[in-house]
Design a protein around this ligand. Structure first.
Ligand SMILES: Cc1cc2nc3c(=O)[nH]c(=O)nc-3n(C[C@H](O)[C@H](O)[C@H](O)COP(=O)(O)OP(=O)(O)OC[C@H]3O[C@@H](n4cnc5c(N)ncnc54)[C@H](O)[C@@H]3O)c2cc1C
Length: 591
């Protein structure tokens, strides 16, 4: 089939989808997918994030509550304005070169709620009948008509100055915010920027004295793990001369500058006090914020918890700590390896923080460094992940278009493909590194998807947000013995000089670093809202039965309470969907 035919095939497929929707024909709709195709929908057909695997599940979803008919999807049109251009053929990974898929971007409208939406489909030929059908179909609510996100330069009325407009806005937001965002790092600030463009008054509160302090307080050599383009903010990119891997202080300053550049309203030295109460009748919270030592009472309709996925440090309570003559601290407050040159260091834990901190000790000349690994860890070279990211967020395309395409790929399918061969390829590429680790006694894992196969680093990240590291030299140092390993033994207690293990063995230490993880955002939230309320909310992170991330930028299980967590790409992309869900509540739009 000639390349020019991608447009013809895609147009025909979209036409068929349009007809199926016009006739409210769920059978015809699902028949446009491959038998094992996945349909991911964000807010077009329900006020939630859904991923339906296989035609049967799609059919049920469309018929439930008469969804397809109620939504009234119409006005489908190919969208060539994205960085992807018109529909195009792409090689199918792992398939012979003659097998090609077709990717198309499209727009459409909804009757209920009146809205515009965007879609992306990846078509492949069905071996049964030779027709192109969707391997993945993605639909995503974009704008509610009449409440569109402001795009581009705002108009400043001739009668007012920008300062007057700003003062009026600040006064409105400070006295009666519709949304209170707790936490002014990337998730909180990007959400605030998005809500601002959607016309939703949002106040951000931050417990630290300066925005960015939570990064500034970390050890000197800390950098982001992925390159700056992927970690860029919403509506603006970093200056061209920024470092490729953002050092923590540069990021802290960039976050602070973002408050000004996006004209956000942020209170620093401000914390939400326990215990906010929610009135079902008015749909408002009653909250008290301690701002610079003074209580401020507010009645927002929504609270967005953006206090960080990790939350409070998890500190194991082994006995004998008082007898230990050395220093013990959690990885979250690692002051930098230069404080411990020539010392014996034990790092407890074998995840990303443990690997980063071990490497910091290597660079700073600690005498002996030992990593304590309790179970098994997934280790993947940073270069593999980088290549993956470069492919998905290429320079040639806008970050926004890339975010859309990445999120158009259902996570359930990502796990399926990883388990079906992707992880094996990753393992092959890292074979030598893994061999070195194994010889040193290190235990490796690639996780499991429901017992179906190994899901690799991304899968483990999606399921646990821990239990892996992106390697930047730590593996080599373990293989060479520069970083020693203590594997598979529980720590029983501290003694004067270090740690004693369950089998009676000992490790001498001047410094013990507890890279033992965090208690999670629900723990933080429980301390503010009370355990009873938070126990009723969904888990945050990990995947639900459909492969959607639990609790992240979607209904929490409690009205007016939301969790904004995740990496930079999540904040950029899903802040829109959080804004739309909040608008839907404000406009009393039914699911
Ligand atoms: C070394 C390292 C490298 C990383 N690299 C990447 C990367 O390359 N790409 C990527 O996407 N992610 C990366 N991450 C992960 C992720 O982006 C960060 O964990 C990020 O900090 C999450 O942002 P956040 O806004 O959710 O929360 P946080 O950055 O944790 O910020 C939470 C904010 O809330 C404030 N706060 C907390 N409690 C309260 C309260 N009760 N009241 C008021 N304010 C409160 C805190 O002071 C803080 O400012 C990296 C993380 C680390 C540690």
């Amino acid at each position: 089939m000639a390349d020019t035919d991608a447009q013809t095939v895609a147009t025909r497929w979209l036409q068929d989808l349009s007809v199926a929707c016009a006739k409210d024909d769920a059978s015809a709709f699902q028949a446009l997918l491959l038998p094992d195709g996945v349909y991911r929908d964000l807010l077009c057909l329900s006020w939630d994030f859904r991923s339906l695997s296989g035609r049967e599940a799609v059919d049920r979803f469309l018929r439930d509550d008469n969804r397809l008919a109620r939504a009234g999807m119409h006005a489908f049109a190919i969208d060539a304005s994205t960085g992807f251009g018109p529909p195009f053929f792409y090689p199918v990974p792992g398939a012979p070169p003659t097998v090609r898929g077709i990717q198309l971007s499209f727009t459409f409208k909804l009757q209920s709620p009146p809205a515009v939406a965007k879609g992306l489909a990846r078509l492949m030929q069905d071996p049964q009948d030779g027709r192109y059908k969707a391997f993945t179909l993605f639909t995503s609510l974009h704008d509610l008509i009449g409440h569109e996100e402001i795009v581009g330069a705002p108009a400043i009325p001739l009668s007012s100055t920008w300062r007057q407009i700003r003062e009026a806005k600040v006064s409105k937001i400070e006295s009666d915010p519709t949304v209170l965002i707790v936490g002014a790092a990337q998730n909180g600030l990007l959400t605030a920027a998005r809500l601002g463009q959607m016309g939703i008054p949002a106040l951000v509160i931050e417990r630290e004295a300066q925005v960015g302090d939570s990064w500034r307080q970390r050890y000197d050599s800390l950098k982001l793990h992925t390159y700056s383009r992927i970690c860029s903010f919403l509506y603006e990119s970093y200056p061209q001369n920024f470092p490729q891997y953002m050092p923590k202080d540069r990021l802290a300053d960039a976050l602070e500058a973002y408050v000004k550049s996006q004209d956000l309203v942020v209170w620093t030295s401000a914390a939400l006090l326990p215990t906010p109460t929610y009135d079902d009748k008015t749909g408002r919270w009653t909250v008290v914020v301690m701002r610079e030592g003074k209580e401020v009472h507010l009645r927002p309709k929504h609270i967005v918890m953006a206090t960080g996925f990790a939350g409070e440090a998890n500190i194991p309570s082994w006995p004998g700590k008082e007898t230990f003559k050395g220093v013990v601290y959690h990885s979250g407050v690692h002051p930098g390896g230069h404080h411990f040159e020539g010392k014996n260091v034990v790092v407890v834990g074998a995840g990303q923080s443990a690997a980063d901190i071990c490497m910091d000790f290597v660079r700073c000349g600690a005498e002996n460094i030992t990593m304590v690994q309790r179970s098994a860890t997934c280790v993947t070279s940073l270069s593999i992940v980088e290549n993956n990211f470069y492919t998905h967020w290429p320079e040639a395309r806008s970050v926004e278009d890339s975010d859309f395409a990445v999120n158009a790929f259902p996570q359930s399918l990502l796990l399926r493909l990883a388990a079906g061969g992707g992880t094996a390829m990753e393992k092959e590429a890292d074979k030598e590194m893994h061999e070195g680790l194994r010889k040193a006694g290190f235990q490796l894992t690639w996780g499991q998807e429901y017992g179906k196969g190994e899901i690799g680093m991304f899968g483990i990240l999606l399921q646990r947000f821990g239990g892996y590291w992106l390697d930047q030299g730590c593996a080599q140092n373990i293989a060479s013995g520069r970083i020693a390993l203590k594997q598979g033994q529980e720590i029983a207690r501290y003694d004067e000089d270090g740690l004693v293990f369950a089998d009676g063995s000992k490790l001498a230490a001047d410094v013990v670093v507890l890279a033992t993880g965090y208690k999670g955002i629900r723990h933080t939230a429980s301390k503010i809202f009370g355990k009873d309320l938070i126990d009723k909310t969904t888990q945050v992170w990990g995947l639900d039965d459909e492969g959607e991330t639990r609790g992240m930028y979607r209904p929490s299980g409690h009205p007016g309470l939301w969790y904004a967590v995740g990496g930079f790409n999540h904040a950029r992309f899903y802040s829109r969907h959080l804004g739309l869900q909040i608008l839907a509540k404000e406009l009393d739009l039914k699911a």
